[in-house]
Write a protein that binds this ligand. Structure first.
Ligand code: MN
Length: 315
């Protein structure tokens, strides 16, 4: 931590790019923006930020550079990314890293990294700022708080530090919980409709006592929808989005089912025919798969792979 803080602080004065993963969410943008405010530099996204970040971008006045050339900067700090495929077509040759994703494939390639598999990248950035004795301003505090809210799925989950950091950020930034929630309002109305459509149109597969819901959606919010289907009562959800950005698949497996059936969401996703393991990230109960081109029948393949791997639970 101390060494990394020194390394990052030493970048002040040079031309720095804070690079998010593609389809950057509030956690990536929030982290990059707060760092850019602190060290100086620009926020970059490989192609486009995620739609749900529109209000955050407006509220903070951040102006992310799309498809930056990493070679045009003295230094690149990658935030909130777990795999090089998430940085295409702006993959830097040399970079620093701040991230929280379990099973990060970039850490070993980073010149230096602050890596800790906690709830969000924004709380790691806040940790750095606090250690440096620097207080984020209102906009940076709002951005960091938004990142934490997104990555904890509005506190559906979250470690102690994420709750504590969120509270401190409200206080330091002089912002209210409502200020942060307001960044998501439009979004929630639209998302709720996508979630309802997905739930009502989903394919329901029963394997033993377990309920599995599979859905295809046309709005790029597969993680939210997969999570919502789990909250609705599914033991496992698989949601596929296909659009101009490519294919995005997300799966959640409830802890009870993962233990009883010895399932690992990432292993399962990687075992699906046609899936390249480098395009999959996540952890035991959650896996994400992204690729640029379509993959017909991906949900069928997923359920077939699940059936072939399912260990009949005892008792
Ligand atoms: Mn994140």
């Amino acid at each position: 931590m101390e060494t990394f803080l020194k390394t990052i602080s030493a970048l002040r004065g040079s031309k720095v790019l804070f690079l998010c993963h593609d389809q950057a969410d509030s956690d990536a943008l929030g982290a990059a923006f707060a760092l850019a405010q602190w060290i100086g530099g620009v926020v970059g996204v490989p192609r486009e930020p995620a739609i749900h970040t529109r209000r955050l971008i407006e509220a903070t006045g951040m102006d992310p550079v799309k498809t930056p050339d990493p070679e045009a900067y003295d230094a690149v700090v990658v935030v909130d990314a777990a795999d090089a495929s998430q940085l295409e077509p702006a993959v830097p040759k040399r970079f620093y890293l701040i991230d929280h994703h379990p099973d990060n494939q970039l850490v070993s390639h980073a010149a230096a990294a602050l890596y800790d598999p906690v709830s969000s990248t924004c709380q790691l950035v806040f940790r750095l700022l606090k250690r440096a004795g620097d207080h984020p301003g209102r906009e940076a505090a709002l951005a960091l708080a938004a990142g934490i809210l997104t990555d904890t799925i509005h506190f559906h989950k979250g470690d102690a530090e994420s709750f504590r950091a969120f509270g401190e950020l409200l206080e330091i930034g002089g912002i209210s919980y409502e200020d942060v929630k307001r960044l998501y309002l439009d979004d929630q109305r639209r998302d709720r409709e996508v979630i309802l459509r997905a739930a009502l149109g989903s394919r329901w597969v029963k394997l033993g006592d377990y309920n599995i819901l599979l859905a295809e959606i046309r709005t790029n919010i597969p993680t939210f929808v997969a999570r919502a289907l789990l909250d609705l009562g599914a033991d496992m959800s698989v949601v596929a989005y296909e659009g101009p950005e490519g294919l995005e698949v997300r799966t959640y497996i409830r802890e009870e089912m993962a233990s009883a059936c010895s399932l690992d969401a990432v292993d399962l996703m990687r075992a699906v025919p046609g899936v390249n393991s480098g395009q999959v990230w996540g952890y035991r109960q959650f896996a994400a798969f992204r690729r640029r081109d379509t993959m017909p029948g991906v949900l069928d393949h997923m359920i077939e792979t699940l059936k072939s791997r399912l260990v009949t639970p005892r008792g």
